[in-house]
Ligand binder design. Structure first.
Ligand SMILES: [Zn+2]
Length: 272
């Protein structure tokens, strides 16, 4: 088995969903491939620390109840005769359409359950990659040398979610610029800062994309070490935040003045 095949079986492997023969093949590969073993370790460590167990989505059940109350209303609330028969057919049609919609949304929910397994690792990886490009000027900023307020205004006109930027509270902290970027398929606001001469990138992602990561509420700040970079992930004011740097929790000066009391950051508990 090669690395590509092994990686494609990684998540079902971690979930214990592989048939014995395939599982043995994956384990034989892991025994001689450190890179794939690290991926498995990362996934396991991350799930234990930060990712909620999958829960059934309550939405479809709510919709089902609505259909149950809607149908009798439509059918019995009318007088007898041709109109009623017509309404009955209409009601059944509406009911059928709603049930199809429920099926679709349940399918979408299931898809997102399955699809989000990789998202946290992917988001971390994409954020680090973008940070490297921003630092090397491979991604030109859309805006440059502006105040946080002006940058907020600029993003608000162009993004569908709330971008709220911290004030510059610390000397030695500069907002270099910002751009609209993508982390995998998610449109994000990307901000580039310098803290005492060190580059720090801040990515603001829509709350919906953050929610789909299914992260636990605690610890509030999720800390990951990835390819030599320190990544901090959290949620605030209707958006998700991802901070990438090489200076550990000193990067938090982007949002917090030095005298502010921060809850202590957890040690990086996952490495990729
Ligand atoms: Zn491998």
């Amino acid at each position: 088995m090669d690395c590509d095949t092994a990686k494609s079986k990684l998540f079902p492997y971690v979930d214990g969903e592989l048939a014995t023969e395939l599982r043995d093949q994956v384990e034989a590969h892991l025994a001689r491939c450190g890179a794939c073993r690290r991926l498995v370790d990362f996934e396991v460590a991350f799930r234990e620390t930060y990712v909620d167990r999958l829960r059934p989505d309550p939405a479809p059940e709510r919709v089902r109840e609505q259909v149950a109350t809607l149908l009798p209303d439509l059918v019995h609330g009318q007088r007898a005769g041709r109109t009623q028969r017509w309404l009955k057919r209409l009601a059944l049609g509406v009911g059928a359409a709603l049930l199809v919609a429920i099926g679709l949304s349940a399918g979408v929910a299931l898809q997102s359950h399955l699809g989000t397994r990789t998202t946290l690792a992917e988001l971390t990886d994409a954020a680090v990659e973008q940070h490297q490009k921003l630092v090397r000027d491979l991604l030109p900023p859309d805006i440059k040398d502006v105040s946080p307020k002006a940058a907020e205004e600029w993003f608000r006109k162009r993004l569908a979610f709330n971008v709220s930027l911290p004030d510059l509270k610390t000397e030695g902290l500069r907002l270099l610029g910002g751009r609209i970027s993508h982390l995998r398929e998610v449109e994000v606001a990307a901000l580039e800062y310098q803290v005492d001469g060190n580059n720090v990138s801040l990515f603001i992602i829509p709350e919906e994309a953050y929610r789909q990561l299914r992260l636990k509420d605690k610890p509030r700040f999720k800390v990951v070490s990835h390819r030599g970079y320190d990544v901090v992930i959290w949620r605030s004011q209707g958006a998700g935040y991802t901070l990438v740097s090489e200076i550990g929790d000193r990067a938090c000066l982007v949002c917090h003045a030095p005298h502010e009391k921060l809850e202590p950051l957890p040690r990086p508990s996952a490495h990729l």
